[in-house]
Design a protein around this ligand. Sequence first.
Ligand code: ATP
Length: 443
Amino acid sequence: MEKIVSLCKRRGYVFQSSEIYGGLNGCWDYGPLGVELLRNIKEQWWQSMTSREDVEGIDASILMHPRVWEASGHIENFTDPMVDCRECKARFRADQIGDAPCGSPAYKGRRASKCQAEGKFTEARRFNLMFKTFIGPLEDSSAAVYLRPETAQGIFVNFLNVLSSSRQRPPFGIAQIGKAFRNEINTKNFLFRTREFEQMEMQFFVPPGSDEKWFDYWKEERLRWFLSLGMTKEKLHFHRHDPLELAHYARDAYDIEYEFPFGWGEIEGIHNRSDFDLSRHEQYSGKSMKFFDEQTKERYTPFIIETSAGASRSFMAFLVDAYREEEAPTADGKTETRVVLGLHPRLAPVKAAVFPLVNRDGMPEIAREIARAIRPHFRVFYDDSGAVGRRYRRQDEAGTPFCITVDSQTLQDQTVTVRDRDSMRQERVGKDGLVPFLRAKTA
Ligand code: ATP
């Protein structure tokens, strides 16, 4: 993990939030390459959902009517058990102490589980993870609102709107990507558990009785999505929630877990939420959330199959999965270790880098002209500084799948070399054919 965190900073993937002020715990900023990778992940997800004829998209506001969170059960149930160490005053999530470090500088290196075993902890108290704020100038309880802890509720409360404004009828889904906020007791493992993050959620509304079929369908579909973007099959598995683990709304639930360097961790949850959500919103809002099927003349509350992925957690899983170190030959016949981010070309932030082999004989001008011609179609990076081998290594580490080099042969026959990041093989391509070449390779 340390290597990945440091690469993220070095190459401009992720920075600590408010770093010059010492950082803000559980918050991270995406740098020039990170923002592109995150956008690409979200774009791939959005495409995979909304290119279907049975899924519509929405973008609901982050602040919602406070009754939403009563209906959803978040006010009552969205809590984690919290314990304090009487000695060092550090605070922990009681069910996740594991190997968390003790908060006392006097006990450097000690694990909090030891302090727990020694009876230093208070009884567990329930702590609600929703961030509370106030709408308007008065900070009283009637003005309290919450930063949404999940994007799903924005979809449920718009169910009737989408139904009446689109031509959809169950089974159909609503997709949304957006920020969510959780005041996690302990943030950890870089982007894995943060206080502000993004979710990619799709809620699929189905007639009761067909829920199990659709649950199985979406479970497989979502795993396939991660695999289609190059994630290693052996590093992904399903974890089924046992009855005690199930959330208050869930009938059945599977997590897609990825094997991070710190162990298996959930990157997406697929839940059969039954008719819990629409029934509760019907009860709390007084509006019927039922669907009337004209053909069968039946009126029913649709069941919901939820696919809920973390964009930020997926970002980290894609990064971890792509990172490798390998021995590679140098120009003088030796070998050196090269760091490669083998991101799928569709996810790679920059699709190609363009280099002049040397800074003379008109090569920089031709290379710049090539970069200018490609830029309207793909993100490209121009670099003319240092030995070409070094420039390749920098791009390998940044995850750029192709490096285009202008050399002396270009001056004679208008071809350039295109080097493949993974195989390091080079081929000659006519400079006017670069856009179609890249389009075919990054599609
Ligand atoms: P966990 O058990 O890890 O807290 P969860 O079961 O509460 O997660 P869900 O409520 O199912 O998570 O949220 C769906 C997805 O949102 C998760 O699979 C994860 O990718 C993402 N997610 C949830 N909490 C966080 C967080 N604090 N930081 C980053 N991503 C998160």
